[in-house]
Design a protein around this ligand. Structure first.
Ligand code: CA
Length: 130
């Protein structure tokens, strides 16, 4: 079986490194992107099984990216976990309204991110079986 493919869009290099290091060690294939331009071009070539999406990015913000993903049939169903800055409640609410599956507040525990990814995959696998 192929490893699930994760895309992580995050402008902080340390977080990208951590996500890639830990999740690759847990049998995921992880691709990280510093901003939306490289993310969109990668998405055209290969669709991931899940996206970790930061909100505050240099080029296009995460909520705009999320809305675009949800508006296109090819990407509308990809699970998305938003990564929000601490205490930004409005971001969380908007993220959920725009169709995020979950969100994590920074600074987050990477093992909790891993656990939440597993929960989402369990849920989507069960829906596929029904
Ligand atoms: Ca950021």
């Amino acid at each position: 079986m192929n490893k699930p493919l994760l895309y992580c869009v995050e402008d902080e290099e340390s977080i990208r490194g951590l996500v890639a290091y830990v999740l690759t060690g847990h049998h995921y294939e992880v691709h990280t992107f510093e901003g939306s331009t490289s993310f969109w071009s990668a998405l055209e070539k290969r669709r991931p099984d899940l996206i970790l999406l930061d909100i505050m990015l240099d080029d296009e913000d995460g909520l705009t990216i999320l809305r675009k993903l949800r508006s296109q049939p090819a990407t509308a169903a990809i699970p998305v976990i938003m990564l929000t800055a601490k205490g930004d409640d409005m971001d969380k609410i908007l993220g959920l309204e725009y169709g995020a599956d979950d969100y994590m507040t920074k600074p987050f525990n990477i093992l909790e991110v891993k656990a939440r990814i597993r929960t989402i995959f369990r849920r989507t696998t069960m829906m596929q079986r029904e």
